[in-house]
Design a protein around this ligand. Structure first.
Ligand code: DOR
Ligand code: ZN
Length: 397
C-alpha cells in the first residue's frame, strides 16, 4: 500500500512548491507532479512539511510519569506536528548511565508513537560511562535546574569537551537559578563565554539550549561550531505575563523583560533551530513552584502565527523545525521531503484559526501558559513512517 499526499505546498528545503509526495514502505519514494498512489490524502491549500523535529523535550519517564510519559508525551508531539523528539536527561532518575539510557530506549519503543532520541547527561564523574554509552549527544547542565543534574566541579566541562567525539553536539544549559528567581544574566553570559573558549580550545561541537536573550544568539556566532535554539515561549511571553500567570509563568530560563523579548526577536534571524523545551508539570506541582511549560502542541502554531503577523518567513520557520535540527544532531534520513527520507510528514493548515486551551491538550499536564490565545495555523494531518496517525485535526482511532 502506497500513500500519496496530493496537491499541497511542499517544503523543499529552501522553497515551498506544489508537489505530490508518494510514500512507499514507510519512506518517501517520489516527489513530483501528477503522481499516483493507493491511498490519497488531499492537501490542496495546505502546507506539507517533513515531520517536525524537536531537539528539546522532557518526557519524564522513568521517574516522574505522573507529569508525562512516553505515551502522552508522544501523542502531544504528534498533535503538534513533531514526528521526532529528543528527550532530556534530567529525570528524577537521570539518564547518566548506559543502563538507564537503554531502559529509556526500551520504554520509548514500547510506548511512544513518535521517534524519541535521547540526550545523555554528563556528571562530574561519568566520563567512562559516556564513552560506554556512546550517545548521539551529550547534555551538560552548567547551572542548577529541575532535577538537580548539574556539573559542580569547574573542571568537568573541559573534561567532557575533551572526552566526547568532536563531531557530536554537546548541548549546554547555561543559566543558573539556584539563587532564586533573581535574573542573573551576567553570570549566564560569562558561563557561555567560558564554554565557547573551551569548545574552541578542544575543537568541540556545541549547541546552546533555550537562548532567551538576543545576546546569547550573538555570542553563539563567535564560534562556527556553535549552534543555538530558541523556544517560542521566550518569543511570545515576557515578564509582563507573570501578573496573569502567577506560578504558571515560572520557567528556566525565566521570562525576560519586554525589552529583552523584543531584542530576542531582533537577533532571531541568526538562531539555528526552534525547540519547544516541552517541560510538563502537573497543576499541583506548578502551584508548588515547579519551573517549565508544555510546548509541543503550541509551538508550531505560535511560529505560524508569527508568519501571519509578518514577523517571520515561512521558509525560515520550516527550516528551523525540520532540516536544521536534523543537521545539528546528525539525524540521518529525516527532516526533508526527498526520495529515500522517512515517510514522516506534517500537513498544516496555515490559515486555520483556533483558540489554545489547556484542557484540550494531549499532554498529561492539561494546562498551557498560552491558554485563551487565538492563533492561526493548525496541524491538519500527521504521517509517521507512511502511516496516518492524525487526520483532519484529530487522532485516527
Ligand atoms: O523550566 C525548566 N524546566 N527549565 C529547565 O531547564 C528544566 C525544565 C524541567 O525539566 O522541568
Ligand atoms: Zn529543558
Amino acid at each position: 500500500m502506497s500513500l500519496l499526499i496530493q496537491g499541497g505546498m511542499a517544503f523543499l528545503g529552501s522553497k515551498f512548491e506544489q508537489k505530490d509526495i508518494l510514500i512507499e514502505d514507510g519512506r518517501i519514494a517520489k516527489v513530483g507532479n501528477a503522481l499516483k498512489g493507493d491511498e490519497v490524502i488531499t492537501a490542496a491549500g495546505l502546507l506539507v512539511l517533513p515531520g517536525l523535529i524537536d531537539p528539546h523535550v522532557h518526557f519524564r519517564e522513568p521517574g516522574d510519569t505522573y507529569k508525562e510519559d512516553f505515551a502522552t508525551g508522544s501523542r502531544a508531539a504528534i498533535a503538534g506536528g513533531f514526528t521526532t523528539v529528543m528527550d532530556m536527561p534530567n529525570n528524577a532518575i537521570p539518564t547518566t548511565t548506559k543502563a538507564r539510557l537503554e531502559e529509556k530506549v526500551k520504554l520509548a519503543k514500547e510506548k511512544a508513537i513518535c521517534d524519541v532520541l535521547f540526550h545523555f547527561g554528563g556528571t562530574d564523574s561519568n566520563f567512562d560511562e559516556v564513552k560506554r554509552a556512546d550517545p548521539g549527544s551529550l547534555k551538560l547542565y552548567l547551572g542548577q535546574t529541575t532535577g538537580g543534574l548539574v556539573l559542580k566541579n569547574p573542571s568537568s566541562l573541559e573534561k567532557h569537551l575533551r572526552n566526547f567525539p568532536k563531531e557530536k553536539p554537546i548541548v549546554l544549559h547555561a543559566c543558573d537559578h539556584s539563587e532564586g528567581e533573581e535574573e542573573n544574566l551576567g553570570k549566564t553570559y560569562a558561563t557561555i563565554e567560558n564554554a565557547l573558549s573551551l569548545a574552541k580550545k578542544t575543537n568541540s561541537t556545541i549547541h546552546l539550549a533555550h537562548a532567551s536573550t538576543g545576546k546569547e544568539i550573538q555570542l553563539s556566532l563567535r564560534y562556527p561550531r556553535c549552534t543555538v535554539e530558541v523556544a517560542p515561549h521566550h518569543l511570545f511571553l515576557s515578564r509582563d505575563a507573570l501578573e496573569k500567570l502567577g506560578p504558571y509563568g515560572k520557567v528556566y530560563p525565566p521570562l525576560r523583560t519586554e525589552q529583552k523579548r523584543i531584542m530576542l526577536w531582533s537577533a532571531l534571524d541568526r538562531a539555528d533551530c526552534i525547540a519547544t523545551d516541552h517541560a510538563p508539570h502537573t497543576i499541583e506541582d506548578k502551584e508548588r513552584g515547579a519551573a517549565g511549560f508544555p510546548g509541543l502542541e503550541t509551538s508550531l502554531a505560535l511560529m505560524l502565527e508569527g508568519v501571519e503577523r509578518g514577523l517571520l518567513d515561512r521558509i525560515w520557520v520550516a527550516q528551523r523545525m525540520t532540516q536544521n535540527p536534523a543537521r545539528i544532531f546528525n539525524i540521518k534520513g529525516k527532516g526533508r521531503l526527498e526520495k529515500g527520507y522517512a515517510g514522516d510528514v506534517a500537513i498544516v493548515d496555515p490559515k486555520k484559526k483556533w483558540k489554545i486551551e489547556g484542557s484540550m491538550l494531549e499532554t498529561k499536564c492539561k494546562w498551557t501558559p498560552f491558554d485563551g490565545m487565538e492563533v492561526r495555523g493548525k496541524v491538519h494531518t500527521v504521517v509517521k513512517g507512511g502511516k496516518i496517525l492524525f487526520e483532519k485535526f484529530q487522532f485516527v482511532a
